[in-house]
Ligand binder design. Structure first.
Ligand code: GDP
Ligand code: GDP
Length: 436
């Protein structure tokens, strides 16, 4: 599973600046759990080929009373879900008693803490760092988050302590088949769906070496094919009984999405598509996962309601219109078995081999139908295309002045590749290269 890093510190030390710097995502995930008073943000960070999950825990004032209060308990929850903590202090304000109290409070939680001194731009770093040694957290790490200075080194150092591959401990594709994450907001029916999928007559839940009873990976076999369900809802195997042992966790959801080949995103038909759904789906697309959408609780809705929901989905989910939508009732089992066909199709689309010859042919035809625009009187030239990666498909296009290809033209090409190669259910990425 991907490592999780939580950023903790007083307000204004630069936590969200660092968060934005390392996630570079416009749409962070906000915990929308009841009782969370301060926004806690979740995002994905990436260094080279490694990715990890970052939590901006929101502010802790460091006042003694506050550290006993609700806010601190919420930050504590995030810290407990993290593998490592970045404790951020501010070089400009120097060491203040609030920092010391947060430091003591953190130490009690027993997580590995890396002390980060922010805003060292334009000041003498040695002098700025000296006083923070007193916190007893080891060598302070200087950064200027606003300028990205020191950030990559810091993250690299923290990640060095974790296994190189996030796949460690996961059933491989050979033994576990397609990995399917069931994701969605609380109460949309994820655990009901997981139980329904496991309870299907055709399904045999298997034991695999390396998967323990408490594993969130549930290997199963259906019609001679293997799959691994990744459980975010907290349905754990306890002997033969499936019981709910955990509540919703954003971190587990993000980790499950990251670990999946295909995500089934569950939406509650009665609640419609919420902003949190959009953010979760945005995360799925950003991580490049194949996607199937299941609109649950379709039972007991009348025709007008169904029509209204269909229209809303069409409008709100236009950005994910490559995904098949299923209308299901996890409670009654209606439509649940059909999900597998779409999972298979999405996986196949995401991983299929696309030859350079065919990609280039399709590119040439697309350009002939609708040429790229002129830039400063010269036409953008797109010469050939090849596959740079699978799951999701990454099409690399070589040409001239490709840095000027407008977004609308990129979308036109994505749609063309999608149509010709039937890339249903998977995001498609294009990367342009100028020159050879
Ligand atoms: P948070 O409350 O801890 O999330 O802090 P913010 O990220 O909102 O930052 C607080 C202020 O510090 C903002 O005005 C930032 O522009 C500023 N800031 C953040 N990082 C840096 C830095 O590296 N250098 C300087 N000089 N200012 C910074
Ligand atoms: P989770 O938090 O996403 O795992 O949601 P649960 O599986 O715990 O379901 C939340 C509630 O929705 C429970 O009361 C379920 O019985 C109910 N529910 C789940 N699926 C359906 C469905 O297909 N139809 C109806 N009517 N209710 C459902």
């Amino acid at each position: 599973m991907k490592p999780v890093i939580a950023i903790v510190g007083r307000p204004n030390v630069g936590k969200s600046t660092l968060f934005n710097q390392i996630t570079r995502s416009r749409d962070a995930l906000v915990a929308d759990m009841p009782g969370v008073t301060r926004d806690r943000l979740y995002g994905e960070g990436r260094i080279g080929l490694r990715s990890y999950i970052v939590i901006d825990t929101g502010g802790l004032s460091g006042e003694a009373e506050q550290l006993d209060g609700l806010m601190a308990r919420q930050v504590e929850q995030a810290v407990q879900e993290a593998d490592a903590v970045l404790f951020m202090v501010d070089a400009r304000s120097g060491l203040i008693p609030g920092d010391q109290r947060i430091c003591d409070w953190l130490r009690r939680l027993g997580k590995p803490v890396r002390l980060v001194v922010n805003k060292v731009d334009g000041i003498d770093p040695a002098a700025a760092l000296a006083e923070f040694h007193g916190l007893g957290l080891g060598e302070p790490y200087p950064v200027a988050a606003a300028h990205g200075r020191g950030v990559a080194g810091l993250v690299g150092e923290v990640l060095a302590g974790f296994p190189e591959s996030a796949e460690e401990g996961m059933p491989t594709e050979d033994e576990g088949g397609i990995r399917i994450a069931i994701a969605g907001r609380p109460n949309v029916g994820k655990s009901t769906l997981v139980n329904r999928m496991l309870g299907e007559e055709r399904v045999v839940v298997c034991d695999l070496p390396g998967t323990t009873r408490d594993s969130i990976f549930i290997p199963l076999e259906r019609r001679g094919r293997r799959y691994t369900l990744i459980d975010t809802a907290g349905v754990r195997r306890r002997g033969r009984v499936h019981e709910v042992v955990e509540k919703f966790s954003v971190v587990k959801t993000l980790q499950a999405i990251e670990a999946a080949h295909v995500v089934i995103h569950v939406v509650d038909a009665r609640e419609g598509v919420s902003d949190q759904d959009l953010r979760l789906l945005g995360f799925v697309i950003e991580t490049g996962k194949a996607l199937v959408i299941a609109v649950n609780k379709w039972d007991g809705m009348d025709r007008d309601e169904r029509e209204r929901v269909r229209n809303e989905l069409k409008r709100r989910l236009a950005f994910a219109d490559f995904a098949r939508i299923h209308f299901i009732s996890a409670l009654h089992g209606t439509g649940v078995g059909d999900l597998y066909a779409s999972v298979e199709a999405a996986y196949e689309a995401a991983t299929q081999a696309l030859s350079t010859t065919r990609l280039t042919q399709v590119l040439t035809d697309a350009v002939a139908d609708h040429a790229p625009p002129l830039v400063h009187g010269r036409r953008i030239k797109l010469r050939y295309a090849h596959l740079g990666g699978r799951n999701p498909p990454l099409v690399i296009i070589h040409g001239n002045q490709t840095e000027h290809v407008p977004d609308s033209y990129r979308r036109y090409l994505v749609n063309t590749f999608r149509k010709v190669f039937k890339l249903e259910g998977t995001p498609v990425r294009i990367e342009f290269k100028t020159g050879e």
